[in-house]
Design a binder for this molecule. Structure first.
Ligand code: SAH
Ligand code: ZN
Ligand code: ZN
Ligand code: ZN
Ligand code: ZN
Length: 459
């Protein structure tokens, strides 16, 4: 079970990766070197007190050096030999089977009688009889049914290493809610970016219910899914650098999927790892939006591809920075393998995860039976405890609890906060007052903190 060292520790908003070392993301740049996860991202490291920082490239996908230790100073000269070695390393670190091979293997697998259908738990791989021998010392599951094949997210173990995959699967209730919402809004195609369980629910219904007309394309970095889906159903994709591992063909698959055939409206749904770099994600999502726009054959329009970006509420300002047209819904997304945040109406066992969308909030109907109500003034569904504040003229709670208005701060604050006169804002009763006189961590000057340091250029 999760709960130990999970993404909830990452509640610090603001520029991520800028820890005590003063690390800032500059982004994806042309000509960047590649690691096995595609083009690396450019970062800048600022040491305390120094104005100019040193730039370097690091892996886009893996925040833990244990998972991928790619590193290169921007100004570093890399020898031909090292380049060649790197290319070979990248080749060797690709999955042992290609997607095409996995599709062929699957075709053979489903022809097998139940008694010959095995899944190796150690290698996370469907086994063909000829391969049993090689895996004889491994744990495996037998009698893999068609039902199990339709639910790979149940068969595969969730990759919970929080810094890389952070695979937190939707609770069935939340997944069903999302799908019902998508259908009631009239969408017929779902671009599932890092949402294997939603994809699986759609695929599974499509294969079993005759009048179910929704299609889904899964984009995910977890290549294990290529064992269960064809190249039209799954693309191996890195959402931090918008990299399609399958090259031009995969890119084209995605492009074709986004093409809206005869009113088959498309929505993108994404649930990225929460430790992820918001600016890198935003840049990739803008590229996906641009792909959608290019495929629009019905003349010019100023619309954006409809999107649900599922992310914790404390990233609201960061997301709005990149997507001003988005708003945050009150719906609390529940997860299966996240011990602390299964839905509950009491205590703090509430999920901090929300839906951000560029659709009109008034269209997003939240289930009354799960404790949501419609606010006629705000024209949107809110948590039942989220009170409409007369002064702010909005339902102001972000976390589902009832917030209170502070006249000095001129805004609503968390119920546990009090106005602190030395900080001149509301905070927890036992907080340590901010000493801005101590000077900024980055440049050493007084009057501001690291997060607002003028010497750090934001891109
Ligand atoms: N709640 C979702 C799963 C979200 S967990 C569901 O139930 O469907 C985050 C997902 O993003 C995982 O599937 C993980 O494999 C994927 N992911 C993690 N890093 C990624 C990356 N760099 N590029 C694309 N997908 C990634
Ligand atoms: Zn890497
Ligand atoms: Zn309201
Ligand atoms: Zn208020
Ligand atoms: Zn206050």
């Amino acid at each position: 079970e999760a709960g130990v060292g999970c993404w909830c520790d990452l509640q610090a908003p603001g520029p991520e990766r800028r820890g005590p070392g003063g690390l800032t993301l500059l982004g994806a740049v042309p000509g960047a070197p590649s690691c096995p996860h595609g083009p690396a991202l450019l970062f800048i490291k600022i040491s305390q007190g120094k104005e100019a920082g040193r730039r370097f490239y690091a892996c886009s996908a893996c925040r833990d050096r244990k998972d991928c230790n790619f590193f290169q100073w921007e100004d570093e000269k890399v020898s031909e030999t090292r380049l060649a070695a790197r290319e070979e390393y990248n080749r060797n670190h690709q999955p042992s089977f290609t997607h095409r091979q996995n599709v062929e293997r699957y075709k053979n697998f489903v022809l097998l009688p139940l008694s010959k259908r095995r899944f190796c738990q150690e290698c996370q791989q469907l086994l063909l009889p000829a391969e049993w021998e090689k895996h004889s010392s491994h744990q495996f599951l037998c009698d893999i049914s068609n039902g199990q094949l339709r639910s790979p997210s149940q068969l595969l173990y969730p990759l919970e290493n929080k810094k890389t995959n952070a695979q937190y699967l939707f609770a069935n209730r939340s997944c069903q809610f999302l799908l019902d919402l998508i259908i009631s809004l009239g969408f017929r195609r779902v671009l599932s970016v890092g949402t294997p369980r939603l994809h699986e629910m759609i695929q599974s219904k499509a294969s079993q219910e005759e009048d179910f007309r929704v299609k889904s394309l899964l984009l995910d970095i977890d290549f294990r899914y290529s064992q269960f889906y064809t190249e039209d159903e799954f693309c191996h994709y890195n959402m931090f650098n918008h990299y399609f591992f399958g090259g031009e063909t995969a890119y084209e698959t995605c492009r074709k999927f986004l093409y809206q055939d005869k009113g088959e409206r498309v929505i993108m749904v994404t649930d990225p790892p929460f430790g992820g770099l918001v600016e890198a994600l935003a840049s990739s999502f803008k590229k996906l939006m641009a792909m959608w726009k290019e495929t629009d054959k019905e003349g010019p329009n100023n619309q954006e591809m409809p999107m649900f970006w599922i992310f914790p509420y404390f990233f609201e300002s960061r997301i709005l920075e990149f997507f001003p047209s988005f708003s945050m819904m009150d719906y609390q997304v529940a997860y299966d393998n996240h011990a602390l945040y299964k839905h509950g109406k009491t205590g703090r066992r509430q999920s901090p995860v929300r839906i951000f969308t560029n659709l009109s909030p008034s269209m997003i109907v939240l289930p009354v039976e799960e404790g949501y109500r419609f606010c006629a003034i705000c024209q949107r569904y809110v948590s039942s405890d989220n009170q409409h504040c007369e002064i702010c003229d909005a339902c102001t709670s972000k976390d589902g609890r009832r917030w209170k208005h502070c006249v000095l701060c001129k805004k609503c604050v968390k119920p546990s906060w009090f106005h602190c006169n030395s900080c001149n804002c509301c905070a927890l009763q036992n907080h340590t007052c901010e000493k801005t006189e101590a000077g900024c961590f980055v440049c050493g000057k007084a009057g501001h903190k690291r997060s607002t340091c003028p010497s750090v250029s934001r891109t």
